[in-house]
Design a protein around this ligand. Structure first.
Ligand SMILES: [Ca+2]
Length: 362
């Protein structure tokens, strides 16, 4: 096991108790831009017109590390405006990533053994190529210790997402996983796209709604129907698969949101281009009435792991449940060290139209 690569998996622990809910909702209606798509959408993408929206979460029933009511890093709710962009309807699939690798010979970080220079304190026997795989324990474990269900597996990579004995045969339409932020950004650049900012991601995920708990509304299962691939049963030992899937699902198995985007909750976490800081929203709130096209802080800082360079992840995954990490709630945030992948992290891309003259904000 490589502890250096396992360390970024930590979620925030021992967060303070939330302040009381404000009497009135801090959410204001989403005001969509009337800007039409500047052209036909690229294949597999949908036009997101952009506009103004209220960003963040104050969900009282959110949980993180089985601590109820923790959305501190997604507060305060603040007003943000984003310009229009195209977004992939689904996360990037194995078939799409395979085309990138075939065209470029790209090697993901998980396929390259880390060096002593990169990790001077790691034992030499731990410096092997691999990645992090969800490994459910046989019995109940302490939910404060994520090492109980994550293992650094030699030979785990995007073509062997659960380890060297696994493969992606027959999984062309599954999300590519075991990709770090660095790998995702490399794919995006090759595809002539980029990763979304966190604000673009959330505007798109809300699908025109405002202040709703989920990308589709306020009910987890409207009409008794599952809307995302998350985790049921007893985390982390037994995934009962009530939503139809134990573990990862192919893309687009649930209804799209209001903008025609699939899987903006659950299945895989999605990388965004923003550095992570827990106080990003507080900074934006004080910077002005409306924050336009935010790109996140200038540098990452997670007080729980200050040495790690973390990017914001959004959407939650097939491992998220109300017992441990309900980050499939649309306004909530995740984080991950940028060179680290796992078998529940993927990504989707966006493409912005060419900037108009004088616009240097994009
Ligand atoms: Ca599931």
């Amino acid at each position: 096991m490589n502890p250096t690569r396992l360390a970024p998996l930590a979620f925030a622990l021992a967060l303070p108790i939330l302040a009381a809910e404000p009497a009135t909702s801090p959410f204001q209606p989403t005001v969509e831009s009337k800007a039409a798509s500047p052209g036909s959408a690229p294949e597999g993408m949908v036009w997101i017109s952009g506009g103004e929206f209220s960003m963040g979460s104050n969900s009282a029933d959110d949980s993180l590390c089985h601590v109820a009511g923790v959305t501190r890093d997604a507060q305060p709710i603040h007003r943000v405006a984003v310009d229009g962009f195209w977004m992939d309807k689904t996360v990037v699939t194995n078939a799409q990533f395979a085309k990138f690798v075939a065209a470029t010979g790209y090697k993901t970080i998980a396929e390259i053994a880390p060096t002593k220079e990169e990790f001077p304190t790691a034992p030499p026997e731990n410096l092997f190529a691999g990645s992090i795989v969800f490994s459910p324990p046989a019995g109940p474990v302490d939910l404060d210790d994520y090492l109980e269900w994550w293992r650094y597996i030699k030979g785990a990579d995007w073509q062997h997402p659960e380890g060297p004995q696994s493969n992606i045969a027959g999984r062309d339409n599954y999300p590519v996983v075991q990709v770090s932020y660095v790998d995702a950004a490399a794919y995006a650049k090759w595809a002539g796209k980029r990763l979304p900012t966190e604000a673009e991601w959330e505007f798109a995920a809300r699908g025109g709604l405002s202040g709703q708990t989920y990308a589709w509304g306020n009910e987890l299962k409207p009409g008794g129907k599952w809307m995302a691939n998350i985790y049921e049963g007893k985390f982390p030992m037994k995934d009962s698969g009530e939503d139809g899937f134990v573990g990862l699902a192919p893309v687009a198995q649930f209804p799209p949101n209001g903008y025609g985007l699939y899987d903006m909750a659950g299945n895989t976490w999605q990388w965004t281009s923003d550095w992570y800081r827990p106080d990003t929203y507080a900074s934006q709130k004080t910077a002005g009435e409306i924050t336009r096209n935010p790109h996140g802080p200038e540098a990452p800082f997670d007080p729980d792991e200050p040495a790690e360079k973390k990017r914001v992840q959004r959407g939650g995954s097939f491992l998220c449940s109300d017992q441990y990490c309900s980050r499939y709630m649309v306004g909530t945030r995740g984080k991950g060290e940028q060179s680290t992948g796992s078998n529940h992290i993927g990504f989707r891309c966006v493409m912005a139209p060419p900037p108009v003259d004088g616009d240097k904000t994009r």
